[in-house]
Design a binder for this molecule. Structure first.
Ligand code: TXA
Ligand code: MG
Length: 324
């Protein structure tokens, strides 16, 4: 079973122990501001292999590399001027940039699944201190079994991967609760590969450029992990519910009661006051709670599509997508 160290109580021991486990080529679950990550030394092929094994993740699906500062990023990737401005404005934070790898970079090809680009970000919070001390980028996907909902607490990680892990660092609930926004700058155009914890409108405001969405669902998969069925709870999912069927678990928004609610197995409100940040932070935890209620169906009431609503709706749609 995994040892769990609370970083708020024992920060120094957490860092020392994490670095020791990482140096031994083993993954460690680390808290980031978006979701908990399953981190390993990005320069060590065996360590990266263990991430894929633990998650049951297909090896064609590349991992995001996490750095503690710009110098560490620049040792492995090259920045075009727009990406550099974005990094300067939004790092540390919930933005992943897809950038060309440097030939002299030492991130192992297993981390990037053989692509000549690297997904890279500088996380906020305790994980950044771990990376700084470790001195090498950490490859880290979300710390969940492949295809399952991402963990936003140490308890989520423990329930899913606790038996396989040596160490989980617990920094409390993830502040943002949704994975990072993934952006690729190509020929001066901004392409959104995954909506996430950074509102695309903030990217547009900084650059004065439009953020381009993929034309249609099912178009070429640019971020190879963005397969439709992802973030899947065990229960079936019903979107845009305007009423509740008997025995369903309801996840609603904005304090609005729905007809039929009193016959629901469980009613949760992502944000009674209608705050999308609060809704994002609660989404995955509530999906897990609704799933654990034993209800056969989870009904979601509508959420506004602006701001963080885009990423919230994306995750809801993925939860509802047909499974394979
Ligand atoms: O917030 C996050 O991004 C979290 C925390 C732990 O940092 N990580 C995360 O990782 O969500 P993961 O593995 O669950 O999702 C990473 C996504 C995948 O869809 C993957 O295909 C894409 O990033 N990706 C990674 N490298 C890429 C590359 N070189 N080109 C295109 N997509 C890439
Ligand atoms: Mg993931």
């Amino acid at each position: 079973m995994a040892e769990i160290i609370d970083t708020r109580i024992e920060p120094d021991r957490a860092i020392e122990k994490a670095c020791a486990v990482l140096s031994g080529g083993e993954p460690v679950a680390i808290p980031t501001e978006t979701v908990y990550g399953l981190a390993a030394d990005a320069t060590n092929a065996d360590a990266i292999s263990r991430i894929y094994e633990m998650k049951g993740r297909p090896r064609f699906n590349p991992l995001i590399c996490h750095v503690s500062d710009m110098a560490m990023a620049e040792a492995h990737v090259t920045f075009d001027p727009i990406s550099r401005r974005l990094a300067e404005a939004f790092w540390p934070g919930p933005l992943t940039l897809i950038l060309p790898q440097r030939s002299e970079g030492t991130v192992h090809a297993l981390a990037s699944a053989g692509l000549n680009t690297l997904g890279i970000r500088m996380p906020e919070g305790f994980s950044r201190r771990v990376i700084a001390r470790f001195g090498q980028p950490l490859a880290a996907p979300s710390a969940n079994t492949s295809g399952k909902i991402s963990p936003t607490s140490a308890a989520h990680v423990e329930a899913d991967l606790g038996a396989k892990l040596k160490l989980i660092l617990d920094a409390g609930p993830a502040e943002i609760g949704l994975e990072s926004t993934i952006l690729k700058v190509e020929d001066g155009r901004l392409r959104l590969l995954r909506p996430g914890g950074l509102d695309a409108a903030e990217i547009e405001a900084l650059t004065g450029l439009p953020v381009e969405r993929p034309e249609a669902a099912g178009a070429t998969i640019e971020a190879p992990g963005m397969l439709a069925s992802h973030y899947a709870p065990g229960a079936a999912v019903r979107l845009n519910a305007t009423d509740v069927h008997t025995g369903e678990a309801l996840i609603r928004f904005g304090g609005k009661a729905l007809p039929g609610e009193n016959a629901a197995a469980l009613v949760l409100d992502l944000s009674p006051s209608g705050d999308l940040r609060e809704a994002a932070a609660n989404l995955f935890d509530y999906m897990k709670k609704a799933d654990a209620s034993g209800a056969r169906t989870i009904a979601f009431s509508p959420v506004p599509s602006e701001g963080l609503g885009e990423a919230i709706l994306d995750r809801m749609e993925r939860a509802a997508a047909p499974r394979n």
